[in-house]
Ligand binder design. Structure first.
Ligand SMILES: Cc1cc2nc3c(=O)[nH]c(=O)nc-3n(C[C@H](O)[C@H](O)[C@H](O)COP(=O)(O)OP(=O)(O)OC[C@H]3O[C@@H](n4cnc5c(N)ncnc54)[C@H](O)[C@@H]3O)c2cc1C
Length: 607
């Protein structure tokens, strides 16, 4: 397997030259410390940990998996030491408030770190990754006492966190959960029930695990309006923060999974476990959405992580492995055959991977700037600005999570394909990347659920198409600048302008039809999500290409002309070869609902 190399060159291009992160940080109240030198040192440090410590444990972790013995879980060899290094480096606290021991940097700094660490070893990344949502939930909904009791060790990484939503009979439809919480005379609670598929639910990396658990109070209304949120520590915590006795939450087993095998996925049995409520009674699901939104953007990173990892392995293989001669004549006549990279179809696969990894990175970095602004608007106390940013990020989230994880899966599969049969055996690591990538479209809300969230909640009900109008206005502003440019930049600008109009028309047509056909939203949603993803990625590719062309022409760029030319060429590949898929999704999204609903459920398979 090719050793992982953090893609710092592309990351720096995007951060500094496309999104101007230095100016962005300078404009944030908590951005003063995120100077270019500091951010660069963080990138270098995260790259080193990812390349030297985490990546070498990726394959061994997959082979060994986690071990379960009598309720205890041990992680694969090397994970404990790597996690200790992660904690010692202060990596968990990068973007959390200084009052709880963090470094108070903007949230995006953590995104850059997570991208590298997750690409190096997604299983490892799951342990600190789940804590991020737990910390954010406590920050937003915890009482002062809860914050001071739980946040410092979570922020340092000494403890980790989980999200305990899923039960055996329900994952998507959390309105069905049965776990219950009994109030105690002292104001605390006792939680009873079983949660399944809990990532990092039990392990040996940290001395305590803080479970954030959804459960029902006695007499709570049925469905989603009767769910409350609780903190259940694995080890009880004394008022002074020291550890008390073991709480009655026990790991019943861990799953044997297709991928991310070094990440422990636990069945947790809560047996009247001591708990405290977080947030208001029966408003738990609302609070949990904070958790889920953070986690969803975190999972979107998984899409680009696996695309990048798979591309990094496939490219050197395509340069070295030889097969037949190029169609246009011998390219390496001194060799017995030409390298795979001379074959157009292999190039198609490599370019698709590259376009997904770098285009997805741009989408995430664009969204990460919004997240920074959102967090600072929350502390500014300007509710209107906060609401506006929340809506915009809320529109991005299902597209990022749904589209990028589907695309990551495609890229991971293409990497295997470049290796031919050698991709299908474990020695080269390609099948592991494909197995690890598979979960991303399932957890944190399946693609189908992201699609419903996008079309139903965010576009139709929540904004009556406003979020699409706003995003397409941004597309139009970019395309307008380059409409008459020569060559591929002008062509991309004109295509982008046409797509901006088309996206609005598509949305309006669905909106009009949805009023008459109740099934339409569900029937159109997946295609609408994918259409939106392809068009959004086109904007972010056009942005990169336009910037690369400008920097190359002006000579003011920090990178080489070859780098900028390759950017424009990859963007052109995206526009010519990948973006047209949006047309098929547009047709699918406009197809009437009867196309899926007319067949009788008993006629799917007639005996
Ligand atoms: C490795 C792993 C780690 C996980 N980690 C966690 C964790 O840390 N914490 C946690 O709480 N959970 C976790 N999960 C659970 C995960 O979030 C759920 O599996 C996921 O949300 C889907 O729920 P489900 O499996 O019950 O599928 P179901 O809800 O039964 O869905 C099955 C299928 O039906 C579709 N579907 C369901 N309802 C609708 C609808 N109304 N409209 C259209 N389509 C619908 C879904 O899209 C899906 O394709 C994890 C799961 C795995 C495998």
């Amino acid at each position: 397997m090719t050793p992982y190399k953090a893609p710092l060159r592309d990351m720096r291009f995007q951060m500094n030259e496309v999104f101007d992160y230095p100016a962005h940080y300078a404009s944030l109240p908590n951005g003063a410390d995120a100077t270019p030198d500091i951010v660069d040192a963080i990138l270098e440090g995260a790259a080193e940990l990812s390349e030297d410590i985490l990546a070498p444990l990726n394959m061994s972790g997959d082979r060994e998996g986690c071990h379960f013995t009598d309720g205890a879980v041990s992680t694969p060899a090397g994970f404990k030491e790597a996690y200790a290094q992660f904690v010692a480096g202060g990596w968990q606290g990068l973007s959390f408030p200084t009052e709880y021991g963090g470094q108070g940097l903007p949230a995006s700094v953590s995104v850059f770190k997570s991208e590298m660490m997750g690409t190096a070893n997604w299983s490892f990344n799951m342990y600190p990754g789940l804590s991020i949502g737990c910390i954010n939930t406590l920050l937003q909904y915890g009482t002062e006492a809860q914050k001071s009791q739980y946040l410092p060790p979570l922020v340092s990484g000494q403890w980790t966190g989980t999200m305990c939503l899923t039960e055996a009979h329900c994952g998507t439809d959390l309105g069905q959960i049965r776990a219950r919480a009994e109030p105690q005379p002292d104001g605390s609670f006792r939680v009873t029930g079983t949660k399944v598929f809990i990532s990092s639910g039990e392990h040996d990396l940290a001395e305590n695990i803080i479970h954030i658990v959804l459960a029902r109070l006695p007499g709570a209304p049925a469905g989603t309006r009767g769910i409350s949120l609780f903190i259940v520590p694995r080890m009880n915590v004394n008022a002074d923060g020291s550890l008390g006795e073991r709480n009655t939450v026990r790991c019943g087993s861990i799953e044997h999974k297709m991928g991310i095998r070094a990440s422990a996925t636990a069945v947790l049995n809560f047996e009247a476990a001591a708990a405290s409520m977080i947030g208001e009674p029966n408003k738990g699901l609302e609070a949990m959405f904070t958790f889920m939104n953070t986690a969803r953007i975190g999972t979107a990173i998984q899409g680009i992580a696996h695309a990048e990892a798979s591309f990094q392995c496939a490219l050197p293989y395509a340069l070295e492995r030889r097969s037949m001669r190029a169609l246009s004549g011998k390219k390496e006549p001194e060799q017995a055959a030409d390298a795979l990279i001379w074959h157009p179809d292999v190039r198609r696969m490599l370019l698709t991977q590259k376009a997904i990894a770098e285009g997805g990175r741009a989408m995430i970095y664009g969204a990460a700037q919004l997240a920074d602004k959102l967090f600072s608007a929350a502390s500014d106390g300007v509710p209107a600005r906060h609401e506006e940013l929340e809506d915009t990020l809320g529109f991005y989230t299902p597209i990022l999570k749904g589209f990028l994880t589907e695309m990551g899966l495609e890229a991971a599969n293409l990497g295997m394909q470049v290796f031919g049969g050698h991709g299908y055996i474990p020695e080269n690591g390609m099948e592991q990347i494909a197995r690890d990538a598979r979960i991303a479209t399932l957890y944190e809300g399946t693609t189908g659920i992201q699609a419903l969230d996008l079309l139903g909640r965010k576009v139709l009900l929540g904004s009556k198409g406003r979020c699409v109008r706003e995003f397409t206005a941004t597309m139009w502003r970019l395309s307008r600048k380059h409409l008459f440019a020569a060559g591929s930049i002008g062509k991309m600008a004109r295509t982008l302008a046409a797509r901006a109009i088309q996206w609005n028309l598509l949305t309006t047509r669905i909106m009009l039809r949805a009023g008459k056909d109740r099934e339409l939203v569900g029937s159109a949603s997946f295609d609408y999500l994918m259409y939106s993803g392809y068009v959004m990625m086109a904007y972010f590719w056009a942005l990169q290409a336009a910037r690369a062309a400008e920097l190359s022409a002006s000579g003011r760029g920090k990178d080489s002309k070859d780098f900028y030319r390759a950017k424009v060429q990859t963007a052109a590949f995206y526009f010519e070869r990948i973006l047209p898929r949006a047309d098929a999704h547009r047709v699918g999204a406009l197809a009437p609902a009867w196309t899926v609903m007319q067949i009788d459920k008993d006629h799917f398979a007639l005996k």
